[in-house]
Write a protein that binds this ligand. Structure first.
Ligand code: GAR
Length: 192
């Protein structure tokens, strides 16, 4: 069974969807959830699923490289096959990606836009404000850039005329929660 480590910074609805899918499908085990935010709700969700949830603190003067080195050490304990970013809001350093790439670990992310459109911190917000008629979400391999890695799969959905940004985001998130496990299942069973 493949081992999945999740990195997340926020609410963790995607992390929760993945933990549920892993248990139900028997295809994977979520071995840990790491968060850079002490108060992140994702840690509570991990606890509720009996998955180790670890807060990895970023000290003020610590460089990105030093912080990622701590992540590398923590993750190594769990020996993951896949590192799945689910609302993790920091860029990973080249060293982090190199270390895991060398040992055959794959690192993927979900982003709330149809990349290469609207990379960055607020994909749904940027698409909404740009007045697009349709948007979506993208699952991609993570590289050194910001949301620039090879695209694995995308889901497109229209904006509903008159809906607020909050409604659009909530709808998008629900779509992500179904899409991420669906694509993980395909990746793990080599259908993608
Ligand atoms: C999701 O919309 C995810 O696509 C986005 O953060 C949200 C996390 O929600 N990720 C990014 O913007 C990464 N650049 P969640 O914590 O409920 O899974």
């Amino acid at each position: 069974m493949k081992k999945i480590a999740i990195l997340a910074s926020g609410s963790g609805s995607n992390a929760e969807a993945i933990m549920k899918w892993a248990k139900a499908s028997g295809l994977a085990e979520v071995v840990c959830v790491l968060s850079d935010k002490r108060e992140a709700r994702v840690l509570e969700r991990a606890f509720n699923h009996n998955v180790p949830g670890l807060y990895v603190r970023k000290k003020k003067l610590e460089s990105r490289e030093e912080y990622d080195q701590k992540l590398i050490v923590r993750l190594a304990d769990f020996n993951p096959d896949w590192i799945v970013l689910a609302g993790y809001m920091k860029l990973l350093t080249p060293k982090f990606l190199h270390v895991f790439r060398e040992s055959g670990v794959r690192v993927i992310n979900i982003h709330p836009s149809l990349l290469p459109l609207f990379p960055g911190l607020d994909g749904y917000g940027d698409a909404y404000r740009a007045g697009v008629k349709e948007s979506g979400c993208t699952i991609h391999y993570v590289d050194e850039g910001m949301d620039t890695g090879e695209i694995i799969a995308q889901k497109t959905f229209p904006l509903i005329p008159g809906e607020t940004l909050e409604e659009f985001k909530a709808r998008g998130l629900l779509i992500e929660n179904a899409f991420y496990p669906e694509i993980l299942e395909k990746l793990l069973t080599q259908l993608l």
